[in-house]
Design a protein around this ligand. Sequence first.
Ligand code: EPU
Length: 336
Amino acid sequence: MDYYTDYSLEEYTTFGVAAQAARFFRFDTEDELKKWIRDESPNHPEKLVLGGGSNLLFTGNFDGTVLYPAFKGIEITREEGDSVLVRMAAGEAWDRCVEWCVEKGLGGIENLSFIPGHAGAAAVQNIGAYGVELSDVLAEAHGYYLDSGEAFSLDCRDCDYDYRYSIFKGPLKNKAVITSVVLRLSRVPRFNLSYGQVQEAVKKRGTINLRNIRNAIIDIRKEKLPDPAVFGNGGSFFKNPVVDRADFERLKHAHPGIVGYPLENNKVKIAAGWLIEKAGWKGRSSGKAAVHEKQALVLINKGGASGKEIARLAYEIQSDIRQKFGIMLEPEVNII
Ligand code: EPU
C-alpha cells in the first residue's frame, strides 16, 4: 500500500485538470485493502473511490480520502459449454480487458472497445456503446463494504443496472470498493451490428468477426472522440435524456430534425449531442474549455483549463438547453 498527502490528481483523471487529494491510498492487493478498512476506514469520513478517472471532474482540491484500487489480473474462472466466465481485477485498464478477450476469441464486449477507464469503474458506470452495455454481460461484482469491511459478491440483478447507472452510483456510492468483476462471455459470439455505422465499417473490413468489430469501433471512436492525451476530456459529458413519447412528439413538431431512439414503456432517448449542436454550442470555447468540434456531447480541456472552467461551461450549456428545449441535461461525469 502507498500513502500520500496533498497528492496531485492531475494524472489520475482524463480531464487533466489540476487538483489535489488531502489523502491518497493506493492498494495493490486485496489484503492491503482489507486491513485498511479494518484499521483505518472509520478515521476517514469522506471517501472517494477512484478508477481510471475517465468520468471525474475535480473543480478544486478534494479534502477527503481517495482510495485507488490498483489490483491487476485477468483470468478465465469457469467454462460451461460455449459460455466462459472471465474475472477481471478492478484496476485493469478496461480496454486491455477487451483486447485480452478478443484475442482469445471470447465475444460480448468487443463493442465496448477503446473506452477509457478501469474494469471496476466500468461496472460502476455501466459503460455502454454501439448497442451493448456492460450489464448485458456482467455476471458478478466482487468487493468490500467500507463501513463493515465485509466482502460482497453481487450478481448482476443485485447491481440495479440501468442506463449509465448502478447501485454503486446510488446507495453504495463511495461506500464500497469493487475488487473484481466477472463477465459471462461466449466462444460462439452473437455479433451486435445494430449501429449502422459499425455495420458499414465492419463490412468494409470483410469478415464479420470479433477482431474486425473491435478495430472498426476503435477507428470510429478515434475519428469522433478526442484523445485524452491531446485534449483532456471525460467522454460524453451528459447522459442522453429520456422523455415520454408524447413530449418527444411535441419536441419533434417544433424541431423536426431532432434525433430520438424509442425505448420500452413509451419512452424515447434523445441524442443530447443533437440538442447541444442545434443550440449552437458545437466547437465553441469558453476560456480554455470547449465543446468538441466533432461531438457536441464531449467537453474538452484545450490545455490548462481548470475544473471550474469546464464545469462552468457545462452549466451554461445545461441552462441553455433547458431554455431552448425544456430538457434538463443530467451530467454523466461526476463533478466533485
Ligand atoms: N449528434 C449530433 N451532433 C453531435 C453529436 C451527436 O447531431 O455533435 C446526433 C447524431 O444524430 C448522432 C446521434 O446524435 O447520430 C448519436 O451520436 P453518437 O452516435 O455519437 O452517440 P451519443 O448518443 O452521442 C452515446 C454514448 C457514448 C457512446 C455512443 C455510441 C451516452 C451519454 N453516450 O453517445 O458513450 O460511445 O453513444 O454508442 O450515452 C460515454 O458515455 O462517455 C460515451 C462516449
